[in-house]
Design a protein around this ligand. Structure first.
Ligand SMILES: [Zn+2]
Ligand SMILES: [Zn+2]
Length: 417
C-alpha cells in the first residue's frame, strides 16, 4: 500500500495523509496559515476521511473534499463541533476579504452531514477495515487513530498531534501498539521546559503586571490553549479578573458540551462562570482603561482577530504573553523576532514588553521517543515538523534501528498493510 503526503510533511500546517489502498482513506485535510493561506495538494478520489482533531491545520480544508465527492467522515463528536466553528469562521473571513476559498457553505454542510461521530475505544467497522480512536491528550476530542486491515491483520497508527504529559484539562495520550506508526514531530529536535515551574513563573509574572495596574494580554488559539489558560488562571484564583474575547468563548462552550473529552470539567466550568465575556469595542476600551486584568483572545499567532485591536493600545504597564507555537511569517513570530507587525496593511512596531512561555500541547523530544518505544512499530513515518525537526527525529530512529522516513510534501512511502 502507498501512503502519499499531500501536506504537513517536513512542515507544520495543511496536514493531509492519503492511504491509497482498496479504498482511498485520507487522514486530515488542513490549511497552513502563513503570510498567505496555503492548501494541501488535491486529494483526488477519497472514499473515507478521518479527522484526528479540530485544529485548522488538520480540519481547515476538509469541506473541499465535498466539491466532487461524498466521502464518509469519521472522528469524535467534539472534533466535529469544533471543526464546524472554525470552518464557519474561515468562510466568513473569505467573504470579508473577498477572497475565494476552496469551499463554501454547501460543501461545509455536506462534510458535517457525512461525519460519523465515535467515542474513544469503540471499534468502527468500515469495508474490510476496522478503526479505533484513542485519547491523544492534545485538545478536546483529539484522537490517535488505529486503522486495521482485516485481511492482513496489519495496522497503521496515526498519532495526529499529541501530548504524553498531563495538561490541566487533559490526561496524557494513550500509547497504541503499531506496525506502521505515522507520528507528529513538531518538537523532534527540542525539549520543553519543566511545566510546573513554568506555570509558577507565568502566574507570578501576570500578578506583577496586574499589581502595577497593567493588562496581561494572552493571545491564544481559540481551541485548546484558551481553555487550558483559563483553567490554569482559575486554579490560581485569577479567573475573576479575566476577560475572554473572540472565538475563545464559543470554543470553550463547545468543550464544556463534551464532558467526556475534558478532564477536570468542573474546574473549566467554574473558570468560565468567573471570567467575563467581552461583547464589543466599548468593552475593550473599558477593560484597557481599567487595567489590573487579564485578557485571553484570538488569534494565537496575532494574524487577525480582536488581539490586533488590543495590541496597539496597551499601556506601558502592560505585557504580552505568548504561550503557543508561532509559525514563520506570522505576526506572532515577528513579535518574537522584534520586527514590526503587519496590521491592516501597515507596518507597526510594538513597544509593549512581551514574554514567551512554552505551554505547548505537543510532545517534547523525549516523549516522542517514548511514544515510539511504547508503540514498538516496524516502521515510523515522521510528519508535522518544521525545518530539521522531522529529519532529526528520523535520524534518531535510524540509530535506534527503526525503518524510518521523513517524507516531503508530494512524496509517497510504500508500507506493508
Ligand atoms: Zn493541533
Ligand atoms: Zn497540528
Amino acid at each position: 500500500m502507498e501512503i502519499k503526503f499531500l501536506g504537513g510533511a517536513s512542515e507544520v500546517g495543511r496536514s493531509g495523509i492519503l492511504l491509497k489502498d482498496r479504498k482511498n482513506i485520507l487522514f486530515d485535510y488542513g490549511l497552513k496559515v502563513n503570510e498567505k493561506l496555503e492548501y494541501p495538494m488535491p486529494a483526488g478520489h477519497v472514499d473515507a476521511f478521518v479527522l484526528s482533531h479540530a485544529h485548522l491545520d488538520h480540519c481547515g480544508n476538509s469541506p473541499a473534499l465535498y466539491h466532487d465527492g461524498l466521502p464518509v467522515a469519521f472522528g469524535t463528536s467534539a472534533s466535529l463541533d469544533i471543526a464546524n466553528l472554525l470552518i464557519e469562521d474561515s468562510i466568513k473571513i473569505n467573504r470579508q476579504n473577498k477572497t475565494k476559498g476552496h469551499y463554501g457553505k454547501k460543501e461545509a454542510q455536506l462534510f458535517s452531514r457525512s461525519y460519523m461521530s465515535h467515542p474513544y475505544h469503540s471499534r468502527i467497522e468500515y469495508e474490510d477495515y476496522a478503526m479505533t480512536f484513542y485519547d491523544a491528550g492534545h485538545i478536546p476530542g483529539s484522537a490517535v487513530t488505529k486503522l486495521e486491515s482485516s485481511r492482513t491483520d496489519k495496522n497503521i497508527v496515526y498519532t495526529g498531534d499529541f501530548k504524553l504529559e498531563h495538561q490541566t484539562l487533559h490526561a496524557g495520550a494513550e500509547i497504541v501498539k503499531a506496525d506502521t506508526l505515522i507520528i507528529e514531530s513538531t518538537y523532534g529536535a527540542r525539549e520543553h521546559p519543566d511545566r510546573e515551574s513554568l506555570i509558577k513563573l507565568f502566574i507570578s509574572s501576570i500578578k506583577e503586571i496586574m499589581d502595577n495596574n497593567g493588562t496581561a494580554l494572552l493571545p491564544a488559539f481559540a481551541v485548546g490553549r484558551s481553555q487550558e489558560l483559563l483553567a490554569m488562571l482559575h486554579k490560581n484564583k485569577l479567573s475573576g479578573q479575566t476577560y475572554m474575547d473572540g472565538m475563545s468563548r464559543k470554543a470553550t462552550d463547545i468543550a464544556l458540551g463534551h464532558r467526556d473529552f475534558v478532564k477536570n470539567w468542573n474546574l473549566l466550568a467554574e473558570a468560565v462562570d468567573n471570567a467575563v465575556q467581552i461583547e464589543d469595542r466599548q468593552d475593550r476600551a473599558d477593560v484597557l482603561r481599567e487595567g489590573g486584568n487579564i485578557i485571553i483572545t484570538t488569534a494565537g499567532m496575532l494574524n487577525g482577530g480582536p488581539v490586533l485591536d488590543y495590541i496597539t493600545k496597551l499601556n506601558k504597564r502592560s505585557m504580552i504573553f505568548l504561550t503557543g507555537y508561532q509559525a514563520e511569517g506570522t505576526n506572532g513570530r515577528k513579535l518574537l523576532d522584534e520586527k514590526p507587525l503587519d496590521i491592516d496593511g501597515k507596518k507597526i512596531a510594538i513597544r509593549t514588553p512581551f514574554a514567551f512561555y512554552d505551554f505547548s500541547a505537543h510532545a517534547g523530544q523525549e516523549d516522542l521517543h517514548n511514544y515510539v518505544k511504547g508503540a514498538d512499530p516496524e516502521r515510523v513515518i515522521c510528519v508535522h515538523g518544521d525545518g530539521e525537526a522531522s529529519q532529526e527525529f528520523k535520524e534518531w530512529l535510524e540509530l535506534e534501528g527503526y525503518d524510518a522516513y521523513a517524507p516531503k510534501v508530494g512524496e509517497s512511502v510504500s508500507v506493508d498493510f
